[in-house]
Design a protein. Structure first.
Length: 307
């Protein structure tokens, strides 16, 4: 006797990965035209896929504001799930593509990406020669946005983050240093609070983790700063400071070599040390592959050895 089983799931799934791929790209780019270029489709095909998805779900996912498509409440609810599903699909494809394994995708702040990750990635490549590494370098805000948008697997940041969809793992300790050119009036002195208040400063742009930490440290003790230059590059700060235009406040990792070579000097002060934690950020809804998990372990082992 055959037993009848009720409530079996409908095998005819109406959702497909192409629709979700277009949706995620549109959420990121703000238009089907830009999304189409990102996913290598025609604009008409991208618009049709998005319309099909909204029809299947029975809801609008975007608010149309002029030519812009802005995620509404429904779209925000779907984005993380859709991104995670696309990540799983990419992992399935890579299971049987041993010649072209899925790349390890990362985003990092300038300090970490330019001064800490190169040695770590080089060591990783020595042990994993077939692993492809893609690294985006920007400020901390940009690294966080890359993780939140599922553009990367891992983010390395030097500032704080409060997004509930992301998790943060403490990694390394860092200290801020105040530096000047060897010819600056405060070089070789123990600078007082008044001298620091009256000095010109060369700092990172807002949105940078270093700027956030510098403001928190310096403004707490000085009350105000004369910021003469705001720059989007740590290397640019070093070059400007070396030319005597002001004081810089950056990570000690960034200026260690320049101080050793003598073209920058550390300005001594009576301020307490400015310590902070560098961190690794991941998305709560993202399933990390073996490469991402192994690289996190590689970084944590390096941190333990450094201490």
């Amino acid at each position: 006797m055959t037993q009848k089983i009720d409530h079996l799931p409908d095998a005819r799934l109406r959702l497909n990965l192409r629709q979700l791929e277009v949706f995620v790209a549109t959420a990121r780019e703000g238009s089907t035209r830009a999304a189409a270029a990102r996913v290598a489709r025609s604009q008409s095909a991208a618009s049709a896929a998005l319309a099909e998805l909204e029809a299947v779900l029975g809801v609008n996912l975007f608010d149309r504001v002029g030519r812009r498509l802005l995620l509404n409440e429904n779209g925000h609810a779907l984005r993380a799930k859709a991104g995670a599903l696309l990540e799983h699909a990419a992992e399935i494809e890579s299971l049987f593509a041993s010649e072209h394994p899925a790349p390890l995708r990362m985003a990092a702040s300038f300090t970490i990406g330019e001064y800490l990750l190169p040695d770590l990635v080089a060591g990783w490549k020595d042990a994993n020669p077939d692993s492809q590494v893609q690294l985006q370098i920007g400020n901390t805000t940009q690294a966080i946005e890359a993780v939140a948008g599922f553009d990367v697997d891992l983010g390395f940041i030097e500032g704080s983050q409060t997004r509930p969809d992301l998790t943060t793992q403490s990694w390394l300790s860092d200290e801020l240093a105040i530096v000047s050119s060897p010819t600056h009036p405060l070089a070789g002195q123990v600078a007082g609070l008044r001298q620091l208040r009256e000095a010109d400063w060369v700092l990172r742009e807002r949105g940078s983790g270093t700027r956030e930490a510098a403001d928190r440290w310096l403004l707490e003790h000085l009350g105000r700063l004369n910021v003469g230059f705001e720059l989007g590059s740590t290397e640019a700060i070093k070059q400007f400071v070396a030319r005597g235009v002001g004081l810089g406040c950056v990570s000690r990792y960034v200026v260690a070599e320049a101080i050793a070579q003598g073209w920058l000097v550390e300005v001594r002060t009576r301020l307490p040390k400015a310590l902070r934690h560098l961190a690794i950020v991941t998305h709560r809804d993202k399933h990390l592959g073996r490469s991402a998990l192994a690289f996190i372990d590689h970084c944590m082992q390096a941190a333990r050895q450094a201490h």
